[in-house]
Each structure stands twice: as C-alpha cells, then as structure tokens.
Design a protein around this ligand. Structure first.
Ligand SMILES: C[S@@+](CC[C@H](N)C(=O)[O-])C[C@H]1O[C@@H](n2cnc3c(N)ncnc32)[C@H](O)[C@@H]1O
Length: 206
C-alpha cells in the first residue's frame, strides 16, 4: 500500500455502508474495556467518518485526527447532526502527531494500525502522547498465529491492500512487543474466525 493514496477520500461517502456493520462489534467491545471516566481527554487516531461518536460519554473531551479530508468532512457532519460538542477534529498524520508527550488519558485507534504504512511508528506515537497512567486501545486485524489463518491472510492480503484499504498481515508483535508499552488486555472480537483483536496497552515509562 502507498503512503496515503487518498483511498479513504474516495470511499468516504459509502464508508459507513460498506464497513459500519462489520466494525460495530469491535467498537462496542473496545468501549466496554476502555473504562472512560468523566472529564478524561481522549484522542481518537484515524477517526474516519466517526463511527465511534455515539459510543463516547458526552462528558469526555475527544480529539479526533485523520488525514483524509473526505472522512473528516463526513465526521464533521455527524458531529453537527448529533451535537457532539465534546468532539473536535484535526487533520493530522498519525505517524507524526503534533501533540505533546503525555497529553491524553485514552488513545483509541480502531481499524487504523492495519491501514497506516508504518504501524510501529503509529503505536510509538500513541504511547508517546498517552499519559503515564493512561491507556491505548487498539482494534485491528492482525496476521493469524496458526498455519490456516496465516495462509488465509496471505491469500486475502493482496486484495484487501489493493481494494479494501487495509492489510491482513500486520504482525501482532507490532503491538505485543511495542517498545515502551505493555499489553494489559487482549480480546478477540470473534471466537470463530481471526477477525479483529482489541488490545489495551499501558506505557511502561513516562
Ligand atoms: C479503516 S478506516 C477506520 C476509520 C475509523 N477509525 C473507523 O473505525 O471506522 C482508516 C482511517 O485511517 C485514516 N488514515 C490512514 N492513514 C492515516 C494517517 N497516516 N494519519 C491519520 N489517519 C490516517 C484513513 O483516512 C481512515 O479514515
């Protein structure tokens, strides 16, 4: 996949229809695990069209970043329609975020680690901007750990990378062995197929 080829700009208007239902169970599981509290500052990385907006309590402050103007425009429409006054958007590259170290209580990254070309870099950036007592929550598809799923991922990866906008072969080690992070929870979204996994990480140093 190229650096950022505007794929998500092109599909922004149909994104919810194509992906919304499939991503909903992972989104719900992530919000169950994140334990959001009143007054917390949350960063959502690659917020896209804002499929997550309705899950946030109104008393947390959400900053959503994304690189695709088309996705941000769809998200802004939802913010206005739903009067989500606690949500602000910024156009920003998740691999080079403009926030100070230790800025957010929660960092949420649904379906972005398998999209962004340098997944190690985005995980490092998320840990950098997370407060020492905060948590990073990642939802994504990762390469299967057994032979059957590795074969399936290898077969599907060229197609999803070309026309689906995401990779099937991102190694789970990107999250599980992230320097400066430690996995505190890991849950599969489906117990039948290797679909998406939800990870919660804490940083291991300030
Ligand atoms: C599969 S979509 C996920 C959108 C949303 N998180 C969701 O769960 O529906 C991936 C998103 O990542 C964004 N993205 C891709 N590369 C990015 C980058 N380098 N920085 C910020 N956002 C990026 C895309 O524009 C797109 O909105």
């Amino acid at each position: 996949m190229k650096m950022f080829d505007g794929f998500y700009n092109r599909i922004a208007k149909v994104y919810d229809f194509v992906y919304g239902a499939a991503l909903a169970p992972g989104m719900k599981l992530a919000f169950d695990l994140m334990e959001l509290r009143s007054g917390q500052k949350v960063l959502e990385v690659g917020i896209g069209t804002g499929l997550s907006l309705g899950y946030y309590p109104r008393n947390v402050k959400v900053t959503g970043v994304d690189l695709a103007d088309g996705m941000l425009a769809e998200c802004q429409k939802k913010i206005e329609l739903g009067k989500f006054e606690n949500v602000k958007l910024q156009k920003m590259d998740a691999m080079h975020m403009e926030f100070d170290d230790n800025s957010f209580d929660r960092i949420f990254a649904p379906s972005v680690v398998s999209v962004i070309p340098d997944p190690e870099k985005v995980v490092a950036e998320m840990l950098r901007v997370c407060k020492p007592e905060g948590m990073v929550c990642i939802v994504s598809h990762f390469a299967g750990s057994d032979l059957k799923n590795r074969l399936l991922d290898s077969m599907c990866d060229p197609v999803t990378s070309k026309i689906g906008g995401f990779r099937m072969k991102t190694p789970a080690s990107v999250v599980e062995n992230a320097p400066g992070g430690i996995v505190i929870k890991k849950r599969a979204v489906s117990d039948k197929v290797n679909f998406n996994t939800v990870y919660l990480l804490r940083k291991t140093h300030g």
